[in-house]
Design a protein around this ligand. Structure first.
Ligand code: 5AD
Ligand code: SF4
Length: 442
């Protein structure tokens, strides 16, 4: 679709297909906004949009993520218009660029560091202008995503990871840990809060590692809480070894949502050691107990990997035990997947696939049971919620991360609902869904 100089960009449609974690989704949505600002017409493939340019924002955390990303790329190539473009970006593009450089039908492969510049890269490409790929790290240059009827906004404050968990490919995809200037973060948060957002979700690849000029994560949270208008802060994933005394102190503030995602990975000390994770099952449980002393209502979420090399039945049962003791409110469950270049790839992947499936199913069943119990314990209770519209119906998201379908009509104007924190009473909890009413409106 090499455009002529005087092309009307409004006429060129772009779709972004996102894979992977919340951070990657955020970046993809921010890209959509960047394209919109640059004058392109952003379409959604799910709504039947037939884009001129498809951007596949890939993930490579497991083999399954690779496969899903490749499927999206292949579908985009099949649907490509005669003069269309297929662009591959994100983590898989960063780590396996040669694979995509060689692939017929892929027009551009863009790594993570310059991904934020994609709108200008595409413009340069269309107009046959040079683009200097040796620009500085653009990891924090993403436009804010703009979606109507939203009350929560992701704020990317950190990228990369300097840890070396033996199974993990993410450091190759995201680079060393680096943090965004806290002054920029405070300014940005002030702006979005002024625009009515009521929940700020601090996000990074390894958020607990945030450090900019001696300002660490607890200090950053303090600075943000110093900003005037009412809003609450939610933290994305934090590693257990980053949960220090200062962080324990700061989460005592009720404006920090009592919802903490802390990857356990395994409940076996032997496996944790092989994973190169510097904590024990007991120290993890001590940390959980301390969080619950500070905030008893805490929704504690986790990540679990089953079938790591040499994981015995006994190791696995230790994971189950720790899950029960920690009373996780939710969990992401992964089957171990060999990632080339990692330390664990040197170990024999010796847990048979069928056994991984069985262990994963057991963990998922326990996870669902614990999740239901957690939600049931809030039946009849009132929690502060922010609201989002999905397909015409409104969902409240409570501070302790229970999604509540609002059943009573539309009590307030849409504008009020999307830009307020309001108390919600949880009236019904089933395995699938929670329903409730806004207090004061029933
Ligand atoms: N195999 C399975 N799961 C993995 N994760 C990361 N690397 C692997 C791998 N090689 C999971 C971890 C991490 C989450 C983002 O992905 O649980 O916390
Ligand atoms: Fe996937 Fe990790 Fe990249 Fe997120 S940071 S998209 S989980 S590989």
């Amino acid at each position: 679709m090499r455009a002529k100089k005087n092309v009307n960009k409004k006429g060129i449609s772009v779709a972004v297909i996102n894979h992977g974690c919340k951070l990657n989704q955020f970046e993809g949505e921010a890209l959509e906004n960047g394209f919109r600002m640059a004058g392109f017409n952003v379409v959604n493939k799910k709504d039947g949009g037939k884009p001129d340019i498809t951007i596949v924002n890939t993930c490579t955390v497991t083999n399954k993520s690779d496969r899903k990303s490749r499927n999206s790329i292949n579908r985009a190539i099949t649907a490509k218009k005669r003069q269309g473009l297929v662009i591959v970006t994100g983590c898989y593009a960063e780590t396996n660029s040669e694979e995509f450089d060689k692939k017929d039908g892929v027009d551009l492969v863009i790594g993570n560091k310059i991904k934020a510049a994609l709108p200008s890269i595409v413009l340069s490409y269309l107009y046959h202008l040079p683009f200097n790929e040796n620009v500085n790290d653009l990891s924090f240059q993403f436009d804010s995503p703009q979606k109507p009827n939203r009350s929560r906004v992701f704020v990317k404050v950190q990228d990369g990871c300097s840890m070396r968990c033996s199974y993990c490919k993410v450091p190759f995809a995201r680079g060393k840990s680096r943090s965004r200037n806290y002054e920029d973060i405070v300014d940005y948060v002030k702006t979005v809060v002024r625009n009515g957002y009521k929940e700020i979700i601090l996000t990074g690849v390894n958020l607990g590692d945030y450090l900019y000029n001696n300002v660490n994560l607890p200090r950053l949270i303090d600075l943000l809480l110093g900003c005037e208008r009412p809003f609450r802060i939610r933290l994305s994933s934090i590693e257990p070894f980053n949960f220090d005394d200062n962080l324990h102190d700061v989460i005592g503030n009720t404006r920090v949502a009592p919802h903490f995602h802390i990857p356990l990975q395994s409940g076996s000390d032997r496996i944790l050691k092989l994973m190169n994770r510097p904590y024990s099952a007991q120290s993890y449980l001590d940390m959980v107990r301390r969080i619950r002393e500070e905030r008893p209502e805490s929704h504690i979420a986790t990540d679990i990997i089953v079938g790591f090399p040499t994981e015995s039945k006994k190791d696995f049962l230790e994971t189950i035990e720790v899950m029960r003791s920690a009373c996780f409110a939710s969990a992401h469950v992964f089957k171990y997947s060999v990632r080339k270049g990692t330390k664990a790839a040197d170990l024999k992947d010796d847990v048979p696939y069928d056994e991984k499936v069985t262990r994963s199913n057991n963990v998922i069943a326990l996870r669902d049971e614990l999740n239901h119990q957690y939600r049931k314990s809030y039946l009849g209770k009132i929690r502060e919620a922010v609201f989002e519209e999905h397909g015409g119906s409104w969902t409240g998201i409570t501070d302790n991360y229970i999604r509540v379908k609002i059943v009573k009509g539309q009590p307030l104007s849409l504008e009020d609902l999307s830009k307020n924190i309001l108390p919600v009473k949880i009236n019904e909890v089933s395995r699938e869904v929670n329903t409730g009413v806004i207090i004061g409106e029933d």
